[in-house]
Design a protein around this ligand. Structure first.
Ligand SMILES: NC(=O)c1ccc[n+]([C@@H]2O[C@H](COP(=O)([O-])OP(=O)(O)OC[C@H]3O[C@@H](n4cnc5c(N)ncnc54)[C@H](O)[C@@H]3O)[C@@H](O)[C@H]2O)c1
Ligand SMILES: CC(C)CCC[C@@H](C)[C@H]1CC[C@H]2[C@@H]3[C@H](O)C=C4C[C@@H](O)CC[C@]4(C)[C@H]3CC[C@]12C
Length: 380
């Protein structure tokens, strides 16, 4: 993967390239990686917005496939220089079974690793999650911690369990010999709660607010900080890691990096109001309207109802014991490891991230557009 001023030569594969984060990575790569010759976008469900990208100078190859199918993954990986493995089943609401979450997130990741080894692809970037660390089930705060901060990571929920196992597989694979004899170089990025254009949960909160006459009701104390990071900066970090992994393999191989930017430290709800407020919603209450014990009771009831109704209907409310614990436990990151190791600086300021997200929420009222979730990254 030598640096070249000649014609672009590199082939990248992005798994999950049609998801919320994946689409931003795909668009960012097309704008920021001049050495790209072909970009393979692998996803279970392909977005129609991919078509518009096919007219550019880079060959964009859409591959409909399933990461749990080893042969489909191997066919997509063969001949690529770098794999960015972002595909995953993100489910904290009980929509999918624990078995399915494990299959997609753990077995799928194992398939990607084995495909790299078998086909001789040397560079693998994995999208992990802050949840590999916490918040833990004991509700311990992680206050402005970094990659080396001691924390008791205890997982019970299928999603964080699966992300932790998958991350471990990726890190352990660093240094294994790929076909041809060269070592595999891997690393994992751990975003905190991502926000920005295309964020489904933000859309859900917005719609819920509209249903309640423009009001949302505070459920979590304002003092509980929840780490958030703008999707464009997370995408940029993936692009940069992928670019630097060859030159800095001894330093970066087998490492984990939190994804961070200049987004302010706030509670989950107060942070959402940075975007929903300018779109006409109000957050009612300076303190939670319901006492914590009542929320725990409601969350438990929801879990019970989900279990009881499962044979008849999928009941997946926003509030369950896990999401309540997530929202109610301080988990924030303060680190410069990515800057030290590969020169990362957020490409979007907080003001830009906020403006772009507000613009997207405002456009939700006009109904679904014809393109993807996010626009191009060209800056004015
Ligand atoms: N959204 C967040 O706040 C957040 C935070 C930290 C980490 N992450 C991680 O980032 C990644 C992307 O998350 P997202 O929020 O964009 O979710 P998303 O659901 O929008 O995107 C995931 C993509 O993976 C695809 N996918 C799912 N199962 C697949 C399979 N079997 N084969 C092929 N493709 C499959 C989906 O179709 C989807 O396009 C995930 O790995 C997630 O764990 C997300
Ligand atoms: C008390 C309730 C009404 C509020 C519910 C908010 C809840 C849906 C939110 C709070 C925190 C959110 C998670 C957090 O931002 C980080 C991640 C990590 C990522 O890997 C996947 C998404 C996830 C779990 C967010 C999901 C939504 C949560 C739980």
């Amino acid at each position: 993967m030598a640096q070249s001023t000649q014609a672009p030569t590199l082939v990248y594969l992005v798994t999950g390239g049609c998801g919320f984060l994946g689409e931003h990575i795909v668009r960012m790569l097309l704008e920021q990686e001049p050495r790209l010759r072909e970009l393979r976008v692998f996803d279970l469900h392909l977005g129609s917005w991919l078509e518009e990208l096919k007219t550019g100078p880079v060959q964009v190859t859409a591959i409909q496939g399933d990461v749990t199918e080893a042969h489909e993954v191997a066919a997509a990986v063969a001949g690529s220089h770098v794999v960015i493995h972002t595909a995953g089943l993100v489910d904290v609401f009980g929509k999918a079974s624990p078995k399915t979450i494990h299959k997609v997130n753990v077995q799928g990741t194992q398939n990607v690793i084995e495909a790299c080894i078998r086909t001789g692809t040397q560079f693998l970037v994995y999208t992990s999650s802050m949840e590999v660390v916490g918040p833990n089930v004991k509700g311990h705060p992680f206050y402005r911690g970094n990659e080396d901060t001691p924390y008791e990571a205890v997982h019970q929920h299928p999603y964080p369990c699966s992300k932790a196992l998958a991350e471990q597989l990726v890190l352990e694979a660093n240094g294994r010999k790929v076909n041809g004899g060269l070592p595999l170089v891997t690393c994992a990025l751990r975003p905190t709660g991502i926000y920005g254009e295309g964020h489904q949960i933000m859309r859900d909160f917005y719609n819920q607010g509209l249903r309640f006459g423009g009001r949302l009701f505070r459920a979590v104390p304002a003092s509980v900080e929840h780490g958030r990071v703008y999707v464009g900066n997370v995408a940029w970090m993936h692009v940069l890691v992928a670019r630097e992994l060859e030159q800095r393999a001894p330093l970066m191989g087998g490492q984990v990096y939190f994804c961070y930017d200049k987004s302010p430290y706030k509670s989950y709800e107060d942070f959402n109001m940075e975007f929903l407020g300018p779109c006409g919603l109000r957050l009612i209450g300076t303190h939670p309207l319901l006492p914590y014990w009542l929320l725990v009771l409601l969350a438990t009831l929801n879990a019970l109802l989900q279990w009881l109704l499962r044979p008849l209907v999928l009941y997946t409310p926003l509030l369950n014991p896990y999401t309540l614990a997530m929202a109610n436990t301080t988990f924030t990151v303060s680190t410069n490891k990515a800057q030290r190791h590969f020169g990362y600086k957020p490409i979007f300021s907080w003001e830009e991230s906020k403006a772009r997200t507000i613009h997207w929420v405002q456009a939700l009222d006009q109904g679904p557009g014809t393109g993807g979730h996010c626009g191009p990254y060209s800056r004015s």
